[in-house]
Design a protein around this ligand. Structure first.
Ligand SMILES: Cc1ncc(COP(=O)(O)O)c(C=O)c1O
Length: 380
């Protein structure tokens, strides 16, 4: 098997698996239970939360909630902040980009149905998003901005620092969907000013079904609404017995990302350079999609001219080579990707003929050689 879809999900690291297995066997006590076994679990939970905050360079006092993944955290953060700001009489207008993940886009669609107004910015002529565009789109009734840190389909990096600094100055809430950035981009509060951001374990070698939301409102009145009512877990904001094994696994996974950070970044640069060198040598006509100046070297979207992406994917699939067209969520649908239509509004061929190749911790040059060979054969 050759796996080139690390942006869709990553395999669980063996060390993380071991951590989880150990916790499943040894730390099964309910963290809310008032005896030693429960208290031991509670201690592990507290330590894991503290460790995760440290890895994210957050203050001990900041609010971090464990969730089932990014979709849940995004739904929670956007809805809570939108309704709270509207209830406070601050307005009802939200600005975002046209290239957000559907977890953001669909929540915003729903908010539009509930009377909010949403402006979705298109990339500018340099295939970028600028602070000026956001300022121009904002008005008296604007309450918040929501922007992804790294795009999951084309790997573009968005100017979160600049946007966040301005949003803070204006008092807008600012959510950052950092799903594709956590573990891959250095995060520190100065570079990441926002009122909330989220991450998802399965993008960095932890299992699916575990993630987190960080909430740090600039305005004390912008209290985070509870997501699930019940017991007192997660500071009464997300009730339900905590998934301690997966929480411990996710923190371990991020710890490993942190330890191997520079090595992994270097390997992405090397693999990307190698991949395009080899692809150039084949003479295949292609173009890269998205913002190539601000790009993460990990997620590549490539327009393979005159080859339908759906056909390329099927042919590679038959050889156990895995990559995708657009995001995993929209891969099964016949609708063209919102991201590609935003970048190339008039180029239908480009929407249908683009594939996404994403690298990970286990990608090798030898695998890239085999991929290039398989793509070349499709052209022959
Ligand atoms: C940018 C982005 N946001 C949100 C999500 C949703 O993540 P999850 O699967 O954890 O709900 C994804 C997953 O593909 C993503 O890439």
């Amino acid at each position: 098997m050759l796996y080139f879809d690390y942006a869709a999900t990553t395999p669980v690291d063996l060390r993380v698996q071991a951590r989880i297995s150990h916790a499943l066997a040894e730390s099964f006590g309910n963290p809310s239970a008032n005896y030693k076994l429960g208290k031991a679990s509670k201690n592990k939970l507290t330590t894991a939360r503290r460790r995760l905050k440290a890895l994210l360079k957050l203050d001990e006092a900041s609010d971090l909630y464990f969730t089932s993944g990014a979709t849940e955290a995004i739904n929670w953060a956007l809805r809570s902040q939108a309704y709270r700001a509207r209830d406070l009489g601050l307005g009802h207008h939200i600005v975002t980009t046209a290239i957000e993940h559907s977890a953001v886009d669909r929540v915003l669609l729903d908010l539009e149905n509930k009377g909010f107004e949403v402006t979705r910015l298109q990339p500018n002529s340099n295939q970028q998003f600028s602070l000026e565009q956001f300022i121009e789109a904002s008005k008296q009734t604007t309450i918040g901005w929501t922007v992804m840190a790294v795009n999951n389909e084309v790997g573009s990096i968005l100017p979160i620092k600049e946007l966040g600094q301005y949003a803070k100055q204006k008092g807008y809430w600012f959510h950052v969907d950092a799903t594709q950035a956590i573990g891959y981009q250095m995060i520190n509060p100065q570079d990441f000013p926002c009122t909330s951001f989220n991450g998802s374990g399965h993008k960095f070698y932890a299992p699916k079904g575990i993630g987190f939301l960080v909430y740090q409102a600039w305005n004390k009145e912008m209290i985070l609404d509870p997501l699930l009512l019940g017991g007192d877990q997660e500071y009464t904001k997300r009730s339900g017995t905590e998934n301690l094994p997966y929480i411990l696994g996710m923190v371990e996974a991020l710890e490993l990302m942190d330890q191997g950070y520079h090595e992994l970044q270097e390997s992405f640069v090397e693999l990307s350079t190698y991949f395009f060198q080899q692809l150039n040598q084949t003479g295949i006509e292609y173009q890269r999609n998205g913002d190539l100046v601000h790009h993460n070297n990990r997620i590549h979207s490539i327009w393979l001219k005159e080859k339908l992406a759906s056909q390329v994917i099927i042919q590679l699939d038959m050889q156990d080579i895995y990559l995708s067209a657009g995001s995993a969520c929209s891969a099964g649908s016949i609708k063209p990707s919102r991201v590609l239509t935003a970048y190339y509004p008039k180029n239908e061929a480009r929407w249908r003929e683009s594939v996404r190749i994403s690298f990970g911790r286990y990608t090798t040059k030898n695998e890239i050689d085999q991929l290039i060979e398989a793509i070349t054969k499709i052209y022959q």
